[in-house]
Ligand binder design. Structure first.
Ligand code: CP3
Length: 355
């Protein structure tokens, strides 16, 4: 099948592009009225994510509105622990929860890697359906949570402000936590490999909570597992290689190490100047980011100015070249954002970077 737009693949290989590619984390979601309508019909977020036709429908919604350079699979990072038996559910206004969190060595010892074409077949079916419907329009991004970020939800039993339970586990029973991170890593590698086999053309790992760790703890409990994924995930060679992006919130201090991980791309948040991030990764990886999502609350003129600043910052830190940049936000969009502002952002990335 011919791919009509390969800008994101070229940018991740640090090859020249006619304009900087752009996609947005959480580009399919509640800020779109058509998403809210699909969700209402489905009944719930999980019913939508577990139905390949509906997952495909909402994946394509932002592409019909905006000139985006990639689609991202509509799913969730918590599908893996759900398939491990923890039972994911959502309470309106409270976010994700697990009916059976894992809190001790005995519970951790019982965990195994789920069957990717069994319990998680609905995810692979969604990837296959979306690839068919995209028909080569843009590449499809598959994704997973990082071993540490998944462990946060699995141990806390849901979202957390202080990460008290998992940090106590790290301090008191580091062996048990390493056992959990190890099974999570095996599962993430199998999950990403299965999404690739089903048709995903770019893979991203979300280490959303790596930044809540002290440097010593990050280097013990998150980074080594990201490196293992980058090294062990089989993803082909040359121009057929499926690029891997390691996104992390609060990862600025670790950029040189992430650049040496073997991943093709690193996603950064807005707490670092993109040009500084480019200098600190020295052309070893492509960079993805990094507008503060709150930029979308600004006026169209303010959004355009911030887009230009980020594009120029990257270029200035990358020896005057825009190569190796995938434009994105530094984290996901929120439900109260204005779709018209998204169009302003996407169009400005293309118009300004093409000059
Ligand atoms: O980017 C995309 O458009 C793809 C879809 C996607 C979702 N979740 C859909 C979703 C992706 C990539 C994710 C990843 C995810 N899920 C992460 C890592 C990324 C990040 O934001 O840091 C995390 C931490 C989760 C766990 C999770 N799932 C949370 C915290 C929530 C939000 C709960 C809430 O009420 O806001 C979810 C649910 C979820 N996942 C929604 C969407 C669109 C909202 C569901 C809804 O109510 O319709």
């Amino acid at each position: 099948m011919t791919l009509h737009n390969d800008r994101i693949l070229r940018a991740l290989r640090r090859q020249p592009v006619d304009r900087t590619p752009v996609w947005l984390m959480r580009q399919a979601g509640r800020y779109l009225p058509e998403y809210r309508a699909s969700r209402k019909r489905a009944g719930s977020f999980l019913a939508m994510a577990k139905n390949p036709e509906l997952a495909c429908e909402v994946t394509l919604q932002p592409l019909a509105r905006f000139d985006l350079d990639a689609a991202i699979l509509f799913s969730d990072i918590l599908t893996i622990p759900d398939a491990m038996g923890l039972e994911l559910y959502f309470v309106e206004g409270e976010g994700p929860k697990f009916r059976h969190p894992v809190r001790d060595a005995a519970a951790i010892a019982k965990l195994g890697v789920p069957d990717m074409e069994g319990e998680l077949r609905y995810v692979m079916d969604a990837v296959r359906t979306i690839r068919r419907e995209l028909d080569g329009k843009v590449p499809l991004i598959g994704f997973s949570g990082s071993p540490w970020t998944l462990a946060c939800y699995m141990v806390e039993g849901g979202g957390s402000k202080d990460f008290a339970r998992i940090k106590a586990l790290a301090l008191n029973e580091p062996k048990a936590l390493h056992a959990l991170l190890s099974v999570n890593t095996d599962a993430v590698i199998a999950y990403l490999a299965a999404q690739r086999a089903a048709g995903a053309q770019v893979l991203q790992v979300f280490d959303t909570w790596g930044g809540v760790l002290s440097p010593a703890m990050y280097r013990e409990f998150s980074l080594p597992y990201l490196v293992r994924i980058a090294r062990e995930l089989e993803r082909g060679d040359g121009d057929d290689r499926t690029p891997l992006i390691l996104f992390g919130k609060g990862n600025a201090a670790y950029l040189p190490e992430l650049a040496d991980s073997g991943a093709e791309g690193v996603g950064v948040d807005w707490l670092i100047e993109l040009g500084d991030a480019a200098k600190r990764t020295a052309g070893k990886v492509a960079l993805q980011g990094n507008l503060d999502p709150a930029t979308l609350y600004g006026s169209p003129d303010a959004i355009r100015a911030e887009v230009r600043r980020a594009l120029d910052s990257y270029r200035d830190g990358n020896n005057g070249s825009r190569e190796g940049h995938v434009f994105n936000l530094g984290h996901g969009m929120s439900p109260d954002m204005d779709p018209e502002h998204v169009a302003v952002l996407v169009d400005e990335v293309h118009a300004y970077s093409a000059r």
